[in-house]
Write a protein that binds this ligand. Structure first.
Ligand code: B3K
Ligand code: ZN
Length: 878
């Protein structure tokens, strides 16, 4: 397969004004008749019209201006592309008929079936599996969709826009005609036909219109849609309040489907969701899953403006809509819950997921330069680092300045397909500022490394911050330029309070936080009027996505943990203390020395533990502080990964902490165990801390804890507690784990979403011989290889567990490769995600390095491999 390059972008030679789709859905064959009005976008004589297509589709008819065209007037390539020659000058009408077999489509792209219902997924390149079309986001058209299907089997017929007509036909069929008044690219097209229950509500928009909100789910799930509905209404209100964005149609639909390749899809007015991103009830969904649903519902809704009304010119610009929309959903979740805890969770995720990608063979800028399969670039880099980049605009320009930039962006580009540069220019122009250097964030891959040294001058009352930055080389980018980094700084006095942070040259005294604008490779910043030696709180709120190294002493970090007014930096001080200690312990283990927990750090953590019993304690925040850096974060910090060494060190730190505070943790667990489940923030915070205590106590592997956990699992009145207790049981080799797992299965065998958790808990067990159990689960009647959720729970879950996946005999790697090859024939997107589990082979110690590499080579050499898997495997080996 040949890569596609950003530098080769050319505007399309033809545009499409209208596209009228007519589907006749059947059990064997489904027909799609697509009539488009095509207009020239070229100079001179008409060029060939090149339409994307796919080999899974049969071309059943093609005519221009009502006349069928002869076979010498078009070429159908084996790749699926259709080229139409000798076109008339000026505009014309093109009609194409295709025959599809959605019931056999296991790739879950284009038109397919899930639980007997028809649905579609078109982003990025699924529309070309429905009809021959210029499948690119800069071709925007007005759509109508007519759907005909059996009325008894598919009583609900949905597409984008407004329902214009519907009615019964002969032979038990019925039809619906939908019209979308807004222009859109084909990746936002959607169709659903099925037997679905409706949950209905409404929202009164800021302009007074009543908007009908409809969530469609399978009948047996009808009681699980309320929270998604509340989240939708909250999102609509929030986008009006914060960005002045009012929904632009009178109807908004969400459909839940079981078989779905990712979380959800923002099709215009017809969002299609993975059911795990919609359905929740207290007894079946955890607090984390409630947060996930709230975030995904908001994210897809927010796309209506950032993605749909203003879309991407080409797929290289994906972060234009995804980075921005993730940033918006982060702001929303922060407003709905707690800002500090949300920021901590996002940064922890970035460090554990995106930093490794940015330093590995798949490193790419948030605006990639090339791709083979676009689906491989829906990455944590494009999404999460993309969101960090958007956040930096806000940090540099201030909230108001950022809003001005957003307003100008919509004013200029509504209804257009645009680029990341267009976004940057709107931000710069609205604020009358130069952001030229900021463009590097879009083109340079790799996580910048920022080193800070500080100096206090007691006579001059100045405090100098000396910064150095460098960006490491990444594939194809050996040399980097310095980036524009916003560094938010606070200065703490000896009493722990913020002192004014006034930069030399500032006209007014600074506030409690000041944003440094670093532009050079090395740069000094001088704070003035600093009456005493401060402790610097650097990179507050994680103001730039960098790896920070400072000269702060252990004492300084402990001081920041106790006093910083910035919640994020309080947490990060603890993380830094723990990371540094874990690295020292790794070295000690390598030197076969005894492992010793630093007593100062233990004492500081003891203070945090003690805080939990205080009247106004922020329990959710305390739970964050007491969640220690894991193996993903530590692997990033060592030159060569020995997974068992890291595993042992993490285990040592965890058990030593648990043993040291066993009584306190037990007391906190009991004190925060509520008699009854509650949904409010305080109850959720209690659950998070209580369940963290339980996991620490289980690390001590005592029979009494196993019994306690089993009892909690049996008595739980909500899924958060039940799954936490079962997870605690599964974390070691206690016979009660099997009891808990069996009981859990008996209780939930009818709920496929709950069973996903059951699979993933078993997949990740650290117990000896777990690979055999995982293999046996592949034959479990509830494991469906065609369902992405169960695959990622069982296979993906296994591939992120240390002792068994990284077994020294290579059995874990062998299993993963085998599953990748098996899945590739079923669903290449899912297979490509799984093969990434081997991508970072070079980072491992020699034995595992060779074993992982051999499995990657085995995959890459397999015949008939999808371009998806081939791209990841070959880039990993390159
Ligand atoms: N835009 C979709 C992702 C599509 C992924 C295609 N492989 C969901 C989202 O980010 O909102
Ligand atoms: Zn998105």
């Amino acid at each position: 397969p040949t890569p596609i390059y950003l530098k080769d972008y050319a505007a399309p030679s033809y545009l499409v004004e209208t596209l009228d789709l007519d589907f006749d859905l059947g059990e064997e064959t489904s027909k799609c008749r697509a009539v488009s009005k095509i207009v020239p976008n070229y100079e001179g004589s008409p060029p060939t019209l090149e339409l994307d297509g796919d080999a899974s589709m049969v071309l059943a008819g093609i005519s221009i201006d009502g006349k069928e065209i002869s076979a010498d007037k078009y070429e159908l390539k084996s790749s699926g592309e259709l080229r139409i020659l000798d076109l008339p000058a000026g505009s014309f009408t093109l009609e194409i008929v295709t025959d599809l077999e959605p019931q056999n489509n296991t790739a879950l792209e284009g038109l397919y079936k899930s639980s007997g219902n028809f649905c579609t997924q078109c982003e990025a390149n699924g529309f070309r599996r429905i009809t021959f079309f210029q499948d690119r986001p800069d071709v925007m058209a007005k759509y109508t969709t007519r759907i005909t299907a059996d009325k008894a089997k598919y009583p609900v017929l949905l597409s984008n826009g407004n329902l214009m007509d519907s009615g019964d036909l002969s032979d038990g069929k019925h039809f619906a005609l939908w019209e979308d008044p807004w222009v859109k690219p084909c990746y936002l097209f959607a169709l659903v036909a099925g037997d679905l229950a409706l949950i209905e509500d409404s929202f009164t928009a800021a302009d007074g219109r009543d908007i009908a909100l409809k969530i469609w789910v399978e009948e047996h799930n009808a009681h699980k849609a309320d929270f998604a509905m509340e989240s939708l209404k909250a999102s609509m209100k929030w986008d009006e309040d914060v960005y002045g964005l009012v929904y632009d149609l009178d109807l908004f639909n969400i459909v839940a489907v079981d078989d779905f390749n990712m979380g959800a899809m923002e099709n215009k007015s017809l969002n299609v969701f993975n059911s795990r991103a919609v359905l929740a009830s207290p007894d079946t969904a955890t607090d984390a899953e409630y947060n996930f649903i709230e975030r995904v519902v908001a994210h897809e809704y927010f796309h209506n403006y950032t993605g749909n009304r203003v879309t991407c010119r080409d797929w290289f610009q994906l972060s234009l809509k995804e980075g921005l929309t993730v940033f918006r959903d982060q702001q929303f979740s922060a407003d709905m819950n707690s800002e500090g805890v949300k920021r901590i969770a996002d940064v922890a995720g970035l460090r554990a997921g995106q930093f490794p990608q940015d330093s590995g063979p798949m490193a790419h800028p948030i605006r990639p330069d090339s791709y083979i399969k676009m689906d491989n670039f829906y990455t944590v880099t494009v999404y999460s680092k993309g969101a960090e980049v958007v956040r930096m605009y806000q940090t540099l320009l201030g909230k108001e300045g950022f809003r001005k930039g957003m307003d100008l962006y919509f004013e200029r580009h509504d209804g257009q397909a645009v680029t990341c540069d267009d976004f940057l220019n709107a931000m710069a122009d609205a604020n009358d500022t130069d952001l030229e250097q900021f463009k590097l964030w879009y083109s340079q891959a790799g996580t910048p490394e920022l080193t800070v040294a500080t100096e206090y001058n007691a006579e001059a009352h100045t405090f100098t911050i000396k910064c150095k930055q460098s960006v490491p080389p990444t594939p194809g980018q050996p040399d980097k330029l310095p980036m524009l980094l916003p560094i938010t700084v606070g200065l703490l006095g000896a009493d722990g309070a913020d002192m004014p942070a006034t930069l030399k040259g500032m006209e007014q005294p600074g506030g409690t936080s000041t944003v440094l604008r670093m532009t050079e490779a090395e740069q000094e910043f001088v704070f003035v009027d600093v009456p005493e030696r401060p402790v610097a709180s650097l990179l507050r709120g994680f103001s730039a996505p960098v790896k920070l190294a400072t000269d702060l002493s252990q004492e300084d970090l402990i001081f920041l943990l106790a006093n910083d007014s910035d919640d994020f930096n309080r947490w990060d001080a603890a993380q830094t203390l723990l990371r540094d200690m874990q690295l020292r312990l790794l070295a000690a283990r390598q030197a076969e020395e005894e492992l010793v927990f630093d007593s100062n750090i233990l004492e500081a953590l003891g203070n945090v533990v003690a805080d939990a019993s205080k009247e106004d304690a922020d329990l959710a925040f305390i739970a964050c502080v007491l969640t220690f850096p894991g193996s993903a974060v530590l692997s990033e910090l060592v030159p060569e990964v020995d997974p068992m060494a890291i595993y042992d060190v993490c285990k040592f730190v965890q058990t030593h902490f648990a043993a040291s505070f066993k009584d306190e943790l037990t007391a906190i667990m009991h004190a925060n165990t509520e008699a009854e489940y509650g949904t409010e923030k305080a109850s959720r915070a209690k659950r998070s801390l209580k369940n963290l205590c339980l996991s620490y106590l289980s690390s001590l592997e005592e029979p009494a804890t196993a019994e306690e956990a089993l009892a909690r699992c049996q008595a739980a009145d909500n899924m958060t507690d039940q799954v936490a207790a079962l997870s605690a049981l599964c974390s070691w080799d206690t016979p009660l784990a099997e009891v808990g797992l069996n009981e859990f299965y008996e209780q939930w065998s009818k709920d496929s979403l709950v069973l996903i958790k059951w699979f993933s808990l078993q997949a990740g067990r650290p117990t000896p011989g777990n690979l055999e159990k995982v293999k046996a689960l592949l034959d479990h009647p509830d494991f469906k290889i065609t369902n992405p959720n169960t695959c990622s729970a069982l296979i993906g879950g296994f591939a992120s567990s240390t002792p068994n996946f990284h077994a020294a005999d290579g059995s874990g790697y062998d299993f993963l490769a085998e599953m990748v090859l098996k899945l590739d024939a079923i669903n290449p997107q899912v297979a490509a995600r799984l093969v990434s589990g081997l991508s970072r082979w070079r980072k491992y110690e020699p034995v595992r390095r060779e074993l992982m590499k051999a499995q990657l080579e085995r995959v890459a050499a397999s015949e008939g491999l999808s371009p998806n898997v081939l791209e990841i495997a070959s880039k990993s080996l390159a």
